[in-house]
Design a protein around this ligand. Sequence first.
Ligand code: BJW
Length: 251
Amino acid sequence: MENKDNLNSLIEILKGAERVVILTGAGISAESGVPTFRGQDGLWKTYRAEDLATPTAFSHNPQLVWEWYDWRRGLICSKEPNSGHKVIARWEKFFPSFHLITQNIDGLHQKAGSKKVFELHGNIWKIRCTEEDTVMENHDTPLREIPPKCPECGALLRPHVVWFGESLESSVLHNAFYLSANCQVIFVVGTSAVVQPAASLPLTAAEAGAKIVEVNPTSTPLTAYANFSFRGGAGEILPLIDEKLRLISSD
Ligand code: BJW
């Protein structure tokens, strides 16, 4: 189906939608210049997740893991939200109930103006004490010391992100499943939809009767379940949808 035909029927559904959820992944930040994980130019083409994004990797070589995160923090801090992030921030006020769930740790949704963001995999600008579990904000780029130590107890600090094999924060996960199970439309933007449990959220929504709207330049395992599939970048497709929505709301 052409994007254009899709768009008109989607707008009809959105006109009556009161509860909308959006799940984003690395692709939403691609047009801001933040690398994705999978695919042609993805981080996992150059780096091994097993060496950098697991608790075992960190316990074996905290120096290496922190150097990688320090590099990524330096890259992300210079990036700005794109038109996709900005549309999502506007929709917080547009729909009666709108919730943003992200797998991203880059903070670009907040920078675009989104006020309430459910961060499934943590945030790269937060650091956690490995002894006391205290979480602190830290925006130093580069970091003053690698690996950084807790200012309170001197223990090793770690990035406040969720690595493979680690559980997601239970309240965030609970809210994410609750919101997905209770929405009418779920947008799934810029995710390869392969990492669990995030990849189950759209299916949970669909089982409860919600429509799935996928925005991605390529197909994913979720595409077969999507009611609408828009093939293109988030920075192109989301403004198109937003423009149509604004037109009908000003009628
Ligand atoms: C664009 C675009 C543009 C490009 N516009 N789009 C059940 C079955 C099998 C395995 C498991 C399971 N349950 C749990 C697991 C294990 C594991 C898992 O899912 N593994 C799979 C890979 C097989 N999950 C976990 O370990 C999770 N923990 C957990 O479930 O705990 C309980 C448990 C543990 C163990 C066993 C069983 C239960 C934790 C997952 C943590 C993921 N962490 C990372 C790193 C975070 C920190 C960091 O950033 O440094 O999170 S990995 C990485 O993948 C990152 C991302 O958030 C995540 C998802 O990636 P995302 O966002 O989808 O990005 P990409 O790159 O994959 O895709 C980008 C997409 O954008 C592509 O489709 C492009 O086409 C598209 N795109 N340009 C729109 N302009």
